[in-house]
Design a protein around this ligand. Structure first.
Ligand code: NOJ
Ligand code: CA
Length: 557
């Protein structure tokens, strides 16, 4: 297994397996930077902010979908996989962005949405227009209904976004949609679907992208005959149990085919799976040597802020991925879950997993989030950051219902659909909204809180204890420290209850130590060596340093 010692100064000069320990920054295009003042972020906006990402010190960006889409689910409903939606720009803008990113030494990963299309996709429109028996119906899951007059859905599957997973069309047939009704599921048993996605992969690879994030990677293949879930209705997007519509063995054949395509291109093009499987061993199946490269570790994301639980999860994660020779892919936040500034203080069921936001003390929330980020960035493997976490943005918990756009908010009955609170546009500068997100006086598609003036990039730049500078330091240390490159060199050091201490070694010699105090009391940790970084102020004496609660420190030993 090759591991780079330092991160690439340029994309061209990068060593092999760049992705094994890469830090990858998720851009949610509609909320990142708006070039034309329509309140929606766009590709030209991202282009102007590339120097910021280079200076932050990330290796790559992942862009959530920017393809042609009616935006029923913020672009995860694609009507044309080879075009850019006019709200985001043009294909030429995408080309410029890819080239610009490469010039700044940043790789580009784009989102691929293969589980479903938009109901405005040509195939689905033809399937509807041509009626029962249309060959286009076979590319989706159309079925007659149950009941005397076909008035009941074909099976009992619920949609992830609430309500049944089936919608009836005028001629009486029903079609399957695991998400919104505007997102009909493809039938992956159909060869035309498989062929189509191979050409979509090539389209973007030819344009120069470095990889794909695969949306709902665990969902493409459904159990033969679409059997009822019956009493086992506990399954859902978070993949807690066996389900006839998720994580079926047949899905892996698709990824083996995709891997061959990725490997045809130079420069190690990668794919990262969004696979909510029931356990880490099943997640590891997606990253076997001939399948995808990475799979988000959502088990880690949903682990409570508790030293024993975290240590267990870290060990299990490393062990599960080691079984297949893959690195672990850590992440704490994304556009679907409650930001970890809030989440790690939440305690209720569903709240820890990030599906339900609650208000928390913002000071305590930020302190814990900074400690958690510093812990994650010290772990072996790759890490994904979600835009705004480097600013310590909190979850916005008080958006009024009329501005919310998450389709699940309107379909569900209050148990889900709170994803707008982590999607509020980024504050870049200035004292008044939109804080440099777009031109002065412009709008933002979700309102930004007044308190965000103090959290802007400009307000934090050069301020030593700001969250932005903490991330910059962490990423710079990560790049420069040879102990942080290997993916298999973590060793735990005995520590008091509630405290995690581990070391990373080079050629068997520990050279880096991370200490995390997850307890609610200050803990003396001695002075293990030279302090490289700390997520909060340290106390104690020069020889016996005290870590306050919810604080992480990095040391060179
Ligand atoms: C997962 C995406 O991250 C989420 O935003 C989307 O709603 C669903 N997949 C459906 O595409
Ligand atoms: Ca715009």
């Amino acid at each position: 297994m090759t591991d780079q010692l330092t991160a690439p100064p340029t994309v061209e000069a990068s060593p092999a397996s760049w992705w094994r320990n890469a830090v990858i920054y998720q851009i949610y295009p509609r909320s990142f930077a708006d070039s034309n003042g329509d309140g929606i972020g766009d590709l030209p906006g991202i282009l102007t902010r590339l120097p910021y990402l280079r200076d932050l010190g990330v290796d790559a960006v992942w862009l959530s979908p920017f393809y042609a889409s009616p935006q029923a689910d913020a672009g995860y409903d694609v009507s044309d996989y080879r075009t850019v939606d006019p709200i985001f720009g043009t294909v030429t803008d995408a080309e410029k962005l890819i080239a610009g990113a490469h010039e700044h030494g940043l790789r580009v990963i784009v989102d691929l949405v293969p589980n479903h299309s938009s109901d405005q996709h040509d195939w689905f429109k033809r399937a509807l227009a041509e009626g029962p028996g249309s060959p286009f119906r076979d590319r989706y899951h159309f079925r007659p209904g149950k009941g005397e007059n076909g008035e009941l859905p074909p099976n009992d599957w619920p949609s992830i976004f609430g309500g049944p997973a089936w919608t009836r069309v005028e001629d009486g047939e029903w079609y399957l949609h695991l998400f919104a009704a505007e997102q009909p599921d493809f039938n992956w048993e159909h060869p035309a679907v498989r062929d189509e996605f191979k050409t979509i992969l090539r389209f973007w690879l030819d344009l120069g992208v470095d990889g794909f994030r695969v949306d709902v990677a665990h969902g493409l293949v459904k159990e033969d005959g679409l059997p009822d879930v019956g009493e086992h209705a506990e399954w859902h997007l978070l993949g807690v149990g066996e389900s006839p519509c998720f994580d079926r063995d047949g899905v892996h054949e698709i990824y083996r085919e995709w891997r061959k395509i990725l490997d045809e291109y130079p420069g190690e093009r990668i794919a990262v799976a969004e696979a909510w499987a029931p356990n880490l061993a099943r997640v590891a199946d997606y990253v076997r040597a001939d399948e995808l490269h990475q799979a988000f570790n959502f088990s880690y994301l949903g682990t409570a802020w508790d030293a024993a639980a975290q240590r267990r999860m870290i060990d299990e994660s490393l062990a599960a991925m080691r079984q297949v020779g893959a690195p672990t892919t850590w992440t704490l936040s994304n556009h679907d879950v409650v930001r970890h500034t809030n989440r790690l203080l939440q305690t209720g069921e569903g709240e820890v997993a990030g599906r339900r936001p609650t208000a928390v003390d913002p000071v305590a929330g930020l302190r814990r989030a900074r400690a958690a980020s510093a812990l994650m960035l010290a772990l072996p493997g790759s890490a994904y950051l979600y835009q705004g976490e480097e600013l310590g943005l909190p979850e916005v918990v008080d958006l009024p219902p009329e501005v919310r756009q998450d389709p699940a908010f309107h379909r569900a009955t209050g148990q889900d659909g709170y994803r707008d609170g982590c999607r509020v546009p980024i504050p870049w500068s200035g004292d008044t909204a939109p804080y440099g997100f777009g031109p002065d006086g412009g709008d933002s598609w979700l309102p930004q809180p007044a308190s965000w003036a103090q959290l802007s990039v400009a307000a934090q730049t050069g301020v030593p204890d700001s969250t932005l500078e903490l991330y910059r330091t962490a990423l710079a240390v990560r790049r420069g420290n040879p102990a942080l490159a290997p993916t298999d060199n973590l060793r735990w050091v005995p520590a008091p209850d509630g405290v995690l201490v581990f070391e990373r070694a080079v050629e068997g010699q520990p050279v880096f130590r991370c200490t995390v105090n997850m307890s609610d009391r200050p803990v003396a940790v001695g002075r293990p060596g030279e302090l490289l970084l700390s997520s909060g102020s340290l106390e104690g004496t020069p020889v016996d340093v005290v870590l306050p609660p919810d604080t992480t420190a990095w040391w060179s030993v």
